[in-house]
Design a binder for this molecule. Structure first.
Ligand SMILES: [Zn+2]
Length: 281
């Protein structure tokens, strides 16, 4: 046992007094505080970035990331507004297209798969020249976005023709060679009950009635299930391909205009309340 004497306490107090008068002590305190604030700010920034990433990527489900037959598409464009053709190709992905389009949907996935089949046939070297294409698409919000983005075809340049008679599919033509292919959906691949449900929702909306939240939920679940199946199926089992000899691209002045159809339920109530910050599925 140590017994502190008066003399020891006196020496100890003197030492404390000397330390408190150390001219470097305030600097050490300020440096320590600055370090603590820096670490706290760094942590807060990392949490904020992680939250933003979770919110920003919520539109794209994890099952699409791991789909068996999903690959990037290699494309070339031009270097600038007056530029030459790119020297090196770039990759574009379904996820980037979903971000551009606004959501991942069955129409977008179907278009991605069908156009991939057509483009890989027209460009056997695997690099798609988006300066050398024109297409025919039916007028639906998802397939027209996909067609324009994946091929470089545009309504305003007369290279994207809208024709509802092509059905669920596209006609794609390589301008420089004239080679053309038609791609369409293999009958029976899209579930008939899902098509009926979609039609019933559209009919109700067209009649000015609101669709039920459960019906919208059931359609979204079914559409996701279909998209997942499509991305995990060999494309030749889901897509019919037909080469078109001497194909003449139609008159682009006949483009039929239609109102946007993928926003008709934007104000419908949700079945379940959504969390403020959602995590990636
Ligand atoms: Zn869509």
């Amino acid at each position: 046992m140590i017994v502190r004497t008066k003399e020891m306490n006196s020496k100890s107090n003197a030492t404390l007094l000397r330390n408190s008068k150390n001219p470097r002590a305030p600097l050490l305190i300020y440096t320590s505080l600055a370090l603590v604030f820096f670490v706290a700010a760094l942590w807060a920034a990392r949490v904020s970035v992680a939250q933003k990433q979770a919110v920003a990527d919520d539109f794209y489900p994890a099952w699409a990331d791991h789909a068996q037959y999903l690959q990037p598409l290699r494309v070339v464009d031009t270097d600038s507004a007056l530029g030459r053709r790119n020297l090196h190709p770039k990759n574009i992905t379904l996820k980037e297209m979903a971000r551009m389009h606004g959501h991942l949907c069955d129409g977008l996935v179907t278009s991605w798969v069908q156009l991939n089949v057509a483009l890989r046939l027209l460009f056997p070297d695997g690099v798609v020249d988006r300066t050398d294409l024109r297409i025919v698409s039916r007028n639906c919000p998802c397939c027209v976005d996909a067609g324009a983005w994946m091929t470089g075809a545009r309504i305003n340049q007369g290279t994207l023709m809208l024709d509802n008679s092509v059905g669920v599919g596209f006609i794609v033509q390589r301008i420089s060679t004239g080679a053309a292919v038609r791609v369409s959906q293999r009958p029976g691949f899209y579930p008939a009950p899902l098509a009926e449900l979609e039609q019933s929702i559209r009919t109700r909306c067209a009649q000015g009635e609101s669709a039920s939240s459960t019906a919208i939920d059931r359609f979204e679940d079914g559409a996701d299930e279909y998209s997942r199946k499509l991305l995990n199926t060999p494309p030749d089992q889901a897509v019919i391909v037909e080469r078109l000899a001497d194909y003449h691209f139609p008159d682009h002045s006949q483009n039929p205009i239609a109102t946007r159809s993928d926003t008709i339920n934007r104000d419908a109530p949700r079945t379940m309340p959504q969390p403020a910050v959602t995590q990636q599925r």
